[in-house]
Ligand binder design. Sequence first.
Ligand code: NAD
Ligand code: ZN
Ligand code: ZN
Length: 366
Amino acid sequence: MTTAELIEAPSSVATASNSTTMKALVYLGPGKRSWEEKPRPSIHEPGDAIVRVTTSTICGTDLHILKGDLPAVPAGRILGHEAVGVVEQVGTGVSKFRVGDKVLVSCVTACLTCDFCRKQMYSHCRTGGWILGCMIDGTQAEFVRIPHADGSLYSLPAGADEEAMVMLSDILPTGFECGVLNGQVKPGDTVAIVGAGPVGLAVLLTAQFYSPAAIFMIDLDDKRLAVAGQFGATNVINSSDGNAAKRVMELTDGGGVDVAIEAVGVPGTFGICQEIVAPGGRIANVGVHGKPVELHLEKLWDRNITITTRLVDTVTTPMLLKIVRSGKLQPAKLVTHRFAMSDIMKAYDTFGNAAKEGALKVVLSN
Ligand SMILES: NC(=O)c1ccc[n+]([C@@H]2O[C@H](COP(=O)([O-])OP(=O)(O)OC[C@H]3O[C@@H](n4cnc5c(N)ncnc54)[C@H](O)[C@@H]3O)[C@@H](O)[C@H]2O)c1
Ligand SMILES: [Zn+2]
Ligand SMILES: [Zn+2]
């Protein structure tokens, strides 16, 4: 044993607060994950902060990664891009946060200075974007390194409801920006949302800022559709019989909807949107697609429609934070299951069988 090893030896029996390791949920390649010991993150760049994760959750996109749908994610990656926590350490370049601050971690990392950030397109930040839990280690751990902390963290009040706040990391800005804003939902509009998962339900909650006249929610899962009914959907449609588009056309007297929002990420659901969009309407795609989708321009070329796509930019997070704090939006209603972070393997089993388990958002606490 060298002198250096002798000096370092006590760290392996150190207390939790000064340990050099932590527990984390690690992606081990398609279909494989484990809760294992990893080195604790440290400051790499002056703009970094280390956050001790107090609350996290699992996203549908984490399941896409586990299925192998995002091959750019390497084995060994710690998953997760949603969290609330406490700042543990800051780099010398961090000006907005101090050790001990309670913070929301955004799923998107933003330098605030590159050309895309200056266009408020944080999702395409030259040195950030959606990298957490995908290109760099994520939040399903005891600690996480957040690059560009000044642009990627938000201050939270000490007594903030963490379960509500963690919905602001991803699903609320995603539903609002990619669905509601891109779909240009207006007062009196007829809106259809295909997919009643957490993201589709976030679209449903935030579309109501604009008082649409009707909101149709389409899914295969009656439990999720029942939740949608409680959250303000005017009609729910189970599409398992293949007749969802026909039903929407009946409900709109053959006219179709002003806004069709795709929140699943499979060809069939984008197909429904193409069938039900009214002349002059908008199709806003939110879902992450792994397969090609047929575009029916032979039917749509003369319909004056707009089709939009977007990776969430999280530019509306400060506004959504204010609404959640006011109590006017209550995203904690989406939480169906709670686990200790150390039980995350079970939490994944539950979330992975969402239909059977009746799961929407699964909250993990450290
Ligand atoms: N654009 C972005 O920036 C962004 C950000 C976050 C998530 N996403 C994507 O949004 C999508 C929704 O996310 P989520 O977390 O709510 O996912 P989820 O898997 O929990 O929910 C998807 C819902 O779609 C339903 N569904 C599946 N197949 C269907 C079909 N053929 N017809 C009707 N309904 C069907 C399921 O029953 C489920 O309720 C995912 O593709 C996710 O990757 C996109
Ligand atoms: Zn996500
Ligand atoms: Zn940038």
